[in-house]
Structure formats: C-alpha cells, structure tokens
Design a protein around this ligand. Structure first.
Ligand SMILES: [Zn+2]
Length: 256
C-alpha cells in the first residue's frame, strides 16, 4: 500500500504529484492558497499524496488559513472542480486518530452537506447539524470537545437560504418538540431589521432572518461557553459565520 510521508496527510496531495496529479485537498491545495498556509503545511510540491490530515499539519495552520481553505473548497464545489478523494485511504489513515481543523454548526437540510459543499474529506472537520443551526448545551459541549480537547481552530456557523426552520419560526409553527426548537430561532426573527413584507413567503426576509440567526448563534456560543470564549480571546480559535446559497452553491463567509 502506498503511504505518504509521516508529516503529510492524504487529501493534501500536491499538484505536481507524478502519481495522482488530480489529488489535492482541503489543507493541501493549489497555488491559490496563501503562501503562508502553504508554507505552514510544508506542502509546496514536496509530496505525492497522503491519507489524512496529521496533527502536525493541522497545528501549523492558523484559523485564517483554515477559513481560506474552506473558501477554496467551496469554490471548487460550485465550479464543478471538486477533489477526487480516495475515501478508503482517508478512512484507513484516520481510523486510529483524528485531527480536524474546524467544527461546523449547520442545518439538517438535505441540500446542505458541509463536507460536500466545502469539498472536504474524512477527518477534516467536526460537523454538528440541527434544524436552523442553533446552539444548545449539547452543541456547546461538542464544540468545547472539538476545540479545547481535539484541537480544532475554527468554529463556523453556517446558515442557508430558503431554510424551512427559519420559515417555521417566522410562522410560529407548532409540532411536538419542533415547537421548542423554533422558539430558539424566534429572537432572530424579532431582531431582523427589514422594512418589507415580514412573512415566510418573502424569500428576502427569510434569508435576512437566517443571516441574523447565524449572528445571534455565534453571540450565544460566546456567552454560553466561557471555554470557547477564552480560546477565542487568546487567538487560539476563530468563530465565523456563513450563509450557503441553495441556488448558486456559493458559501458567503461573513466579513469576506
Ligand atoms: Zn435549514
């Protein structure tokens, strides 16, 4: 079995690989990646291809590098140039340990699979999903594990357009346990500044509420988790928000 050098992960193959020229991945990518990140990974044309993100590679990346790599992965997705991952190699390489670079919080919507739309491989991100991407104590505990214990450096909350949970909150829908979940989204409905029609029929309003909901969720993560807030204040992690557009496939990261 072909093995990559110890310091090099799998999806992180290099563009000049003589064996698999098409295999580049999340944290080891193309010339579009910042020189800083490339140097951080030591990726500059040195290796063929590896199997999974290593601890050393992950630890050399800054939160900004990781966000940049996720943006690049999304660009590959929406331009139809996604990686040809060797998932079995990644599965085998990550079976004994994992060193994900980020923890995501996104909606359960079947059209928003984070690894696919960000073109990521196995072992590269923690992924928590709940309708309307709201936080709760269990989500916060998961994020604290991801960042404080497992070393992830980015907390990314990702909403999406035309979100059914957002529409349900606007409509004050009621159904079993869903009622309580939607209650957690309602503050975003109230807090959204919008002068037009404030109904679930108005897609612009729905998306504005989804955007506000991401902002409030990030704020709630900071107040609800002193563990994460401290990591962020020390610069060890970065919290970021994003909106995925179902129509275009583009993930819009807040603040660029
Ligand atoms: Zn949704």
């Amino acid at each position: 079995m072909r093995r990559a050098p110890n310091d090099m992960p799998a999806g992180y193959a290099i563009s000049n690989s003589p064996e698999r020229p098409d295999r580049r991945s999340f944290l080891k990518t193309s010339g579009a990646l910042s020189a800083c990140a490339l140097m951080a990974t030591g990726a500059l044309g040195s290796f063929a291809y590896a199997d999974a993100l290593t601890e050393a590679q992950r630890d050399r990346l800054t939160p900004e590098d990781i966000l940049a790599l996720m943006k690049q992965g999304n660009r590959r997705f929406y331009t139809g140039r996604h990686q040809d991952y060797n998932f079995l190699a990644q599965q085998r390489a990550s079976a004994k340990a994992q060193y994900p670079a980020a923890v995501l919080l996104s909606c359960i919507d079947s059209r928003v699979p984070a690894e696919t739309i960000l073109d990521l491989g196995i072992g590269e991100i923690f992924n928590s999903r709940v309708a309307g991407n709201i936080e709760n104590p269990d989500i916060l505990g998961s994020m604290e594990f991801a960042c404080r214990l497992a070393g992830a450096k980015v907390v990314l909350v990702m909403g999406h357009t035309a979100c059914g949970a957002i529409k349900g909150a606007i409509d004050s829908a009621e159904l079993g346990n869903l009622t309580g979940l939607l209650t957690k989204i309602k503050p975003a409905v109230v807090a959204t500044t919008y002068s037009g029609e404030r109904t679930s029929k108005n897609s612009a309003f729905v998306d504005a509420v989804a955007h506000k909901n991401v902002e409030l969720t990030i704020a709630n993560i900071r107040t609800g988790s002193p563990v994460l807030a401290e990591l962020e204040s020390k610069g060890a992690i970065r919290m970021a928000g994003a909106m995925y557009n179902l129509e275009t496939g583009v993930v819009d990261f807040f603040g660029g």
